[in-house]
Design a protein around this ligand. Structure first.
Ligand code: FE2
Length: 202
């Protein structure tokens, strides 16, 4: 059954309680709107329904979902800047913006991970490309559509390999390291499921 936008928004707030850490309520509302919009364009009705993996072909988190990834990266990003500040002082990072960037870095995943899109693209990659649009690029579209700041769209689009071709912002640099650390730590801790061929791929 189709979920209404209000149901999707309420679900995003339940999945991502870290939205409440953003003091600028307009910015927090736009983070919720971004996820609700992307979910509405997929068959998913909750971030919890999306497999907890970095990509459609990488090893998922054992006993976790995409929600755990988004929450983990957001808290790890805050941990990085907070703990560093204890030693070297404030790095001048905009805390609200950092939280919004971290919460939205994978906002395009409902589109890229959609089973319907995956089937369509795999059936005829010559027509669509595979994937037609990665979650990073689709995330830029979503962020700008809901009126999120350019800095959040930049992190969605360049937290990933796309960012290797440009210079990342301060917030995006933190999110990029937190994102990679999330997968690297959990892989080494044996917390990722092997793929069907037995390999663990991050
Ligand atoms: Fe991520």
């Amino acid at each position: 059954m189709m979920a209404s936008m209000d149901e999707l928004r309420a679900g995003v707030r339940r999945s991502l309680p870290e939205v409440e850490l953003i003091t600028d309520t307009d910015l927090g509302d736009k983070v919720v709107e971004a996820w609700a919009l992307c979910l509405s364009q997929s068959e998913f009705t909750s971030i919890d329904e999306i497999i907890g993996a970095g990509g459609p072909d990488t090893s998922p988190l054992r006993g976790g979902t995409q929600t755990d990834h988004i929450r983990g990266v957001t808290r790890m990003a805050l941990g990085l800047v907070d703990q560093l500040a204890e030693v070297v002082g404030d790095s001048g990072i905009d805390r609200d913006l950092l939280i919004a960037c971290a919460l939205c870095h994978d906002v395009g995943k409902p589109f890229e991970f959609s089973h319907a899109n995956q089937k369509r693209w795999r059936d005829n990659p010559g027509a669509s490309g595979y994937p037609a649009i990665r979650h990073s690029v689709y995330g830029v579209h979503i962020c700008l559509t809901v009126g999120l700041p350019e800095a959040v769209a930049h992190t969605a689009g360049a937290h990933s390999r796309e960012g290797d071709f440009i210079m990342r912002s301060l917030e995006n640099t933190v999110v990029n390291y937190a994102d990679h650390a999330f997968w690297a730590i959990l892989e080494r801790a044996g917390r990722l499921e092997p793929l069907a061929d037995g390999r663990v791929v991050t």
